[in-house]
Ligand binder design. Structure first.
Ligand code: ACM
Length: 711
């Protein structure tokens, strides 16, 4: 570090003398992921000058993926110990090279923070051609990711040729039609189009070799015992009831699962033998997630097996299932990976766990001495929405913006340094229920996969989202893919009732209230009344450029005022903070994962606001989101209080919330006009979810947005 400062200082002093004008700071190269150490050197290297390129084996480099680079005008030196290091040095050189073949002079010393840097792709809900799979692998390798988790079997389609079982190709690879729109749209509608396909073994061998050349290991996933309806459509004798089934045409978790008979194990072992032969990597993923136990409970065979094996219940039966497969894979020199449900009923000896339902599964597994790959929905599900723009393509739900991915830390604080060694790394998951084509795969995966690539490769101490965004803004246009460009959108922020706009490109911005004349943005704009505001960036010719920002403001007495909560919302659903409750913007009517809705779990919601001076109020309004499939219920009751001193509160009355089926329910309390400065709200939660419903017996969530107070 000392040398960087010395060089830069000497350089700037000299320039100041010579030119007596500011010297541009040497721009950090737009590398993603950014190397562990770099040191700029004045000068540049032009490929057209024919620099010497030296590849040097350096046994002193500790990490097999590590490398060093020295770039000088006449010479580029690449130091590495293993071929992977040489490959990553090459990726860095490619990113450093400008379109006209110029590289900045610098020294780099680099190695990854985590050994597992992965991306997943579901090719079952929608099927993508081999050429695209190769492009996806290229994109991973370019950003120094080294595992591709290929999700090959599902309820809606079986996508890997298994020569011993031709009905997997003839039947399980095809569904008669596909759900149109979102699963929560009622009634369900279908497109009537036969859909499917599979990869031949020859294609798979070709892809595996392609990945190997790029230092990407492929982990095939063969789901069991749940998510197997396509397999059962082809071989119904492997279910507990033996009844005919169809390949699933809609999304979800299905009751029809594999029955743990000897016939099933023989079938799966034969399938796995072919899979092992195709994929030389150390890991085979066997799913293990979301396996309903209803049919096992009803099956005399399963109940008998539970007794015979001395098992406690169906969870232990699943554990018995996974253990047998684990033993089989171990005998064949492979390691089993499963989703965190494989912890239930006892984890088998050699299993590696992918923690997806949060991080608790990963913590437990690491504490028990098992290896773990982190993929929590909260930070790693790239099928979630990435922007609050109403123009986003339909997605499964949730909200996972780039910044949240970037700030993910895979090692939970709960772990000791010894336990933390079991966290191999993390992975981004791309489930494709709502991703019909390759352009949309690119859109959902990028740039979030780049944030993940950096957090997994670069040192934790160098983490800096603002710096990442600066590099990303320069790097993204070089990627020839359909990446999401929200990074360049107009951003907004409310300071009280003042609206501030900004954009990362520092382009001029225009805004317009309702049908009024457009105005050039020159500083904070006060929001004085209910209004529809549009804002856009203008390019050099003054033409609108990029995505339009649209905001509908509803002003009221508490608009822009500070709100405090007694208990904070759940960390996963408090993105907009308390300000979201008084910013005049209403949460999206179809999705609760945006920055406006706040979600509390298992707690009553108590809020207070200070109107700064006493204000006459006649009504209070609150909006609640409801989605019972996602455990989100309307509350039981809302009570409003007022106070003159912010300490002693008087009730103004309460209202029982009508339990309608509306997705968004507005609750209104009206009362004789009351003048007061301080106001308080108590929302009584629904409580436990009733029997027969999704999540029965668990606490329900309550989601609310704007707290409106009006005269
Ligand atoms: C999963 O998302 N069901 C692993």
């Amino acid at each position: 570090m000392q040398r960087i400062i010395a060089v830069t200082l000497a350089f700037s002093l000299l320039s100041a003398v010579l030119f007596s004008q500011p010297v541009p700071k040497m721009e950090k190269p737009a590398l993603i992921p950014f190397p562990a150490k770099w040191e700029p050197i004045p000068g540049e290297c032009r490929l057209s000058d024919g620099p010497r390129i030296l590849q040097i084996q350096d046994t002193a480099i500790a990490n097999p993926e590590g490398y060093r680079l020295q770039i000088r005008p006449e010479e580029i030196r690449m130091y590495f110990k293993e071929k992977a290091g040489a490959f990553y040095a090459q990726q860095t050189l490619q990113q450093l090279t400008s379109p006209d073949g110029v590289l900045p002079c610098l020294d780099i010393e680099d190695a990854p923070r985590f050994a597992y840097r992965g991306m997943h792709l579901d090719v079952c809900r929608h099927f993508f051609p081999v050429d695209f799979i190769k492009k996806y692998i290229d994109l991973l390798a370019m950003h120094k990711m080294n595992y591709f988790h290929w999700h090959l079997t599902e309820d809606q389609g079986w996508r890997i040729e298994i020569k011993k079982y031709p009905r997997l190709q003839e039947v399980a690879a095809w569904r008669k039609e596909t759900l149109v729109g979102h699963y929560s749209d009622q009634p369900h509608q279908f497109d009537g189009q036969r859909y499917g396909g599979y990869y031949t073994q020859e294609e798979i061998r070709d892809v595996v070799e392609y990945a190997r050349e790029r230092f990407v290991t492929i982990i095939p996933e063969i789901e069991m015992p749940g998510h197997s309806q396509a397999l059962l459509a082809a071989y119904p004798e492997l279910s507990c009831h033996g009844q005919p089934l169809e390949v699933a045409t809609k999304w979800g978790v299905f009751e029809d699962v594999l029955c743990p008979t000897e016939e099933t194990f023989e079938f799966l072992e034969n399938v796995l033998l072919e899979v092992i032969d195709l994929f030389p990597g150390p890991y085979i993923h066997i799913g293990g997630d979301e396996c309903p136990k209803t049919q096992w409970k009803e099956s005399a065979f399963c109940q008998e097996l539970i007794k015979k094996e001395g098992l406690k219940d169906e969870d232990e039966l699943q554990s018995y299932f996974i253990r047998r497969i684990d033993r089989f894979l171990s005998e064949h020199g492979r390691k089993l990976i499963g989703w965190d449900e494989i912890l239930e009923g006892g984890l088998s000896e050699n299993a590696t766990v992918m923690s997806w339902r949060g991080v608790q599964g990963g913590i437990e597994a690491a504490q028990a001495g098992h290896d773990v790959i982190m993929t929590p929905t909260s930070h790693c599900y790239f099928d979630y929405y990435q922007s609050q723009s109403p123009d986003e393509p339909l997605a499964i739900g949730g909200y996972l913006p780039l910044e949240k991915v970037y700030n993910y830390e895979p090692v939970p604080e709960e772990l000791s340094p010894e336990e933390a060694r079991h966290i191999l790394g993390a992975q981004g998951n791309l489930w494709t229920e709502y991703i019909p084509d390759t352009r949309q795969v690119e859109y959902m995966a990028f740039p979030r996969a780049l944030a993940l690539a950096e957090l997994l490769w670069s040192p934790l101490s160098a983490k800096d989202f603002s710096d990442f965004q600066d590099r990303l803004a320069r790097y993204l246009p070089r990627l020839d893919i359909n990446y999401a460009d929200h990074l360049f959108d107009i951003r907004y922020e409310l300071d009280g009732a003042d609206l501030r706009l900004s954009n990362r490109l520092d382009m001029p911005m225009w805004y317009q209230f309702d049908d009024e004349k457009p105005v050039l943005y020159e500083g904070p704009v006060p929001i004085l009344s209910d209004t529809h505001l549009q804002a856009w960036r203008a390019d050099a010719t003054g033409e609108p450029s990029g995505r339009l920002l649209r905001l509908d403001f509803h002003t009221h007495a508490a608009f822009g005022k500070k709100i405090q909560w007694q208990e904070p919302p759940h960390p996963n659903y408090q993105l907009g903070g308390a300000a979201a409750l008084s910013n005049g913007l209403l949460g999206n009517p179809t999705r609760y994962g945006d920055g406006e809705w706040l979600g509390w779990w298992g707690k009553d919601v108590v809020l207070t606001t200070d109107l700064v001076e006493a204000h006459p109020i006649r009504s209070a309004q609150l909006r609640f989101f409801q989605s019972q499939g996602q455990w989100i219920y309307l509350p039981r009751e809302v009570e409003l209080f007022y106070s003159d001193d912010g300490t002693d509160y008087q009730s103004l009355g309460q209202i029982a919330v009508e339990q309608t089926k509306e997705r968004v329910q507005t609750v209104v309390l009206t009362f004789p006009e009351k003048e007061a400065r301080y106001w308080k709200l108590h929302v009584t939660r629904f409580g436990k979810i009733p029997p027969g419903m999704q999540g029965a017996g668990n606490e329900a969530w309550v989601f609310l947005d704007e707290w409106i107070l009006q005269q």
